[in-house]
Design a protein around this ligand. Structure first.
Ligand code: SAM
Length: 360
């Protein structure tokens, strides 16, 4: 990075981390991709922004990229989110759920490959009661005491979160999806509410989980103002992890005719999040990898520091079809780790296989 951008990065970060007069104007100009010159800082291209974010990520995390083994435990879902391919109304989908032994065997494969975090993600499947989930989590915890267990199972009760934590869950990914009530309601059916989503995030935090919030970029009806509102919400929440990926259409959903989100805007949001939340764990998401062959690398260069390759059994990957053209093989699969290491190294980073906790 050039020295001048290093100085600018520090100045910009200071503006973004305080409630100043120009903060919102500057965030807006960055999101709109406009060149600007203010407060002695000038920003003329996205590449400059990404270089600044990269400088900050290197100050906190060096060149380390953490990997998480993603296990998609069920594609049954009681919800009907308009954007999501595993919504309950998608009758064409071949549904599956993994049993405990299969999940454990995915963890064993992952452990051998060097994974020290397992992410159990799924639709909101009532089959996975607290008793069943706690049994699975405690077995993983027992067999892999040096690994972190991340959960991403949607909205549950505070009592449920407490039990999952006691069983050994330590991190929980629950994107807030949209902080703005109007937008949230346009993306979800009536029985879902932004209040409950946010309440869950605060309850998870109170329980002791490291929490991950986040959004899709380019979801139908989403504007720059909405994204600004999302950033404000996350400043309030203080998430440890931030998931940002482009919206990708799925033909068998009510949003099947909408275009996919923009990679450039997604990268700008990642860079902004890195500057506003320097310590956050920010994945270069599967959706980014799906939108472009170099999406993963570009996410890293814009400030992301986590990759979540797929550890699910090969015959389930197509069925966990939240959007069309989802990358789940080749570099995206856990077995493709050696190739992924090369791609990451070419981008200027290094995959590490430790537990990869948030640095505060
Ligand atoms: N049920 C859990 C939940 O609600 O958090 C976890 C599974 S859910 C499928 C995981 C994430 O996938 C959601 O938070 C959403 O942002 C993302 N997702 C769903 N449909 C998508 C789409 N069409 N394009 C991009 N991301 C999508």
């Amino acid at each position: 990075m050039f020295d001048h951008s290093r100085q600018d990065a520090d100045k910009l970060q200071k503006i973004l981390s305080e409630k100043g007069k120009y903060k919102n104007d500057i965030i807006r100009m960055i999101l709109e991709g406009k060149a600007w010159d203010r407060e002695g800082i000038s920003l003329s291209s996205d590449d400059q922004l990404f270089a600044m974010a990269d400088g900050i990520r290197r100050e906190v995390y060096g060149d380390e990229v953490y990997i998480r083994g993603l296990i998609e435990i069920t594609n049954f879902c009681r919800n009907d989110c308009y954007y999501c391919g595993i919504r309950k109304s998608n009758r064409g989908l071949d549904r599956y759920r993994l049993d405990k032994e299969t999940i454990l065997s995915c963890c064993r494969t992952g452990y051998e490959l060097g994974f020290r975090t397992f992410v159990l993600q799924g639709g909101e499947d009532p089959f996975f009661t607290d008793d069943i989930m706690c049994d699975i989590i405690s077995r993983i915890h027992e067999e892999f005491p040096d690994c972190a267990i991340t959960l991403s199972l949607g909205e549950r009760s505070a009592e449920s979160y407490r039990r999952l934590f006691e069983a050994g869950g330590r991190r929980y990914l629950l994107r807030h999806e949209a902080a703005d009530e109007g937008l949230y309601r346009r993306l979800h059916p009536e029985e879902m509410s932004p209040e409950n989503r946010k309440k869950c995030l605060y309850e998870l935090k109170e329980t002791g989980f490291q929490v991950g919030a986040g959004i899709m970029i380019g979801a139908p009806f989403q504007t720059i103002d909405h994204i600004m509102e999302d950033i404000r919400f996350m400043e309030e929440l203080g998430p440890d992890m931030i998931g940002v990926g482009p919206f990708m259409h799925h033909e068998d959903t009510p949003f099947g005719q909408y275009s996919d989100g923009s990679m450039e805007l997604t990268l700008r949001v990642i860079a902004l999040c890195r500057m506003i939340f320097p310590h956050a764990l920010i994945p270069s998401t599967t959706a980014l990898a799906s939108i472009s062959p170099n999406g993963r690398a570009r996410g890293l260069k814009a400030g992301a520091n986590v990759i979540m390759p797929n550890l699910s059994p090969a015959d389930c990957r197509d069925k966990y079809s939240i959007y069309n053209n989802k990358a789940a093989t080749g570099l995206e699969s856990a077995q493709g780790l050696e190739n992924l290491k090369k791609t990451v190294a070419e981008a200027g980073y290094r995959i590490v296989t430790d537990i990869g906790d948030v640095k505060r």
